[in-house]
Design a binder for this molecule. Structure first.
Ligand code: ACO
Length: 386
């Protein structure tokens, strides 16, 4: 009998974490980490935030171009018409336990939608875009219903008068948002819509590459985003700001964390080695919100944090990231920490769908290899002889 024949794979370089491995070309987004810039399909994120809407950005990502006026109207109508959930799903959501992890509920909800889709496997690109709009639209409702039921609150049915993002805020808080809050929510959805190929988008691609369906790919994306190394940092940043309590405590807090080799939440990024452009945008809206509410407490603490961290870590490319400001903004808008990561997921459904559709244009099964480092071949020993 021959020994295990270990081939050349035993000696190949292992790209731990797939660092610097490029798996596809994309037109969806470009991150210029050195200069702190982000583009969706070539458009600077700042311009989209200022002039566009989440609905239009969804169209842009799914079709690869901006819509004409009538196309935008019909896409917006399609998304609106998909806000409500199947009544059987609502009944199940009404029974989820208190304090359930809403990312698990979102995964479940998306999988339930797959069960209800009779044409799951046989879709072309056009039908898949309609399916994507359905998943994007219903994901926000799943999160909102799950949140309210699990808090013992009555659900708030979707409003047809509000934008997608403003409607999410309304369904979660039960309060019709004013124009500034609606705008900020829309900005938040745009800023979380797409970000090249983080772990969650890669997870969606791996699933899609087997020619599984869009629901499974997006549900997989939610599962990957759930992990604390991906989603969830804004929750931690908010907890940090709340525990610091006032700008006078910032200096002592930062010095103590750095002395114990800890990390300041909301700072640093794997790709951005300068100011995260999304953080700069959120900071501006935190300023507007603080002015409107006459409450500068979060703004003053975060500004002081920036100043002290930049001074203490001078020489290292550690700048504020999106999570420093988004948690504070969401908190001021009345959102519970429980919905922070699910909000991110609901907004990112479009990015996952767009990557999948892009990958399917020239699909190849993703099947990496592992280097075998186990024992050489050995004989099986029956259990009574071991
Ligand atoms: N606070 C203090 N020091 C930091 C921080 C931070 N937030 N981030 C990085 N550093 C330091 C490291 O200690 C390290 O120092 P050293 O060279 O003296 O050992 C140096 O900067 C480089 O750190 P790395 O971990 O190699 O940087 P990397 O690019 O891998 O890390 C990460 C990126 C994981 C986001 C990191 O900056 C971090 O942990 N930040 C805090 C958590 C956070 O805000 N996460 C949200 C990221 S944004 C997002 O996911 C949407």
């Amino acid at each position: 009998m021959q020994d295990i024949d270990i081939d050349d794979l035993a000696y190949v370089h292992i790209s731990k974490g797939l660092d610097d491995v490029v798996v596809k070309e994309t037109v969806l987004s470009y991150i210029d980490g050195e200069n702190g810039r982000l583009f969706y399909v070539g458009y600077p994120i700042e311009e989209l935030v200022e002039h566009s809407t989440y609905e239009e950005v969804c169209f842009l990502l799914l079709h690869g171009r901006l819509p004409k006026k009538d196309e935008l109207e019909s896409f917006t109508d399609l998304m609106k018409s998909e806000r409500e959930l199947p009544k059987e799903l609502v009944a199940i959501l009404s029974k989820i336990p208190r304090n359930s992890n809403l990312m698990d509920v979102l995964k479940f909800g998306i999988d339930y939608l797959a069960i209800c889709d009779e044409e799951l496997q046989s879709k072309g690109r056009v039908d898949n875009i309609v399916t994507a709009a359905k998943i994007i639209s219903k994901s926000s409702t799943i999160v909102a219903y799950a949140f309210r039921y699990s808090e013992g609150l009555e659900i708030v049915r979707p409003s047809q008068e509000l934008s997608h993002a403003a409607n999410f805020l309304y369904m979660v808080t039960g309060v019709k948002p004013d124009s500034l809050s609606s705008k900020i929510m829309d900005v938040a959805f745009i800023l979380h819509a797409e970000h090249e190929l983080p772990a969650s988008s890669m997870a969606a691609l791996v699933i899609a590459s087997t020619l599984s369906d869009l629901y499974s790919a997006i549900s997989g994306g939610v599962g990957a985003l759930k992990g604390p190394l991906h989603g969830g940092a804004n929750e931690k940043a908010l907890e940090m700001i709340l525990s610091i309590g006032s700008p006078e405590n910032v200096e002592g807090y930062v010095k103590q964390v750095l002395a114990s080799k800890g990390r300041i939440m909301g700072f640093g990024h794997r790709v951005y080695k300068s100011y995260d452009p999304r953080a700069a945008i959120f900071r501006r809206y935190l300023e507007s919100l603080s002015q409107q509410r006459g409450d500068r407490s979060f703004l003053d603490i975060t500004k002081k944090l920036e100043e002290v961290v930049r001074r203490e870590l001078a020489g290292k490319p550690i700048f504020p990231n999106i999570d420093l400001y988004s948690g504070a903004v969401f908190h001021m808008l009345g959102l519970s920490k429980r919905v922070f990561t699910p909000l991110f997921a609901a907004a990112r459904t479009v990015g996952w769908a767009a990557h999948v559709l892009e990958y399917w244009r020239d699909n190849r099964l993703i099947r990496p290899r592992a280097t075998y480092v186990g024992p050489p071949m050995r004989r099986y020993i029956p259990v009574h002889q071991r």
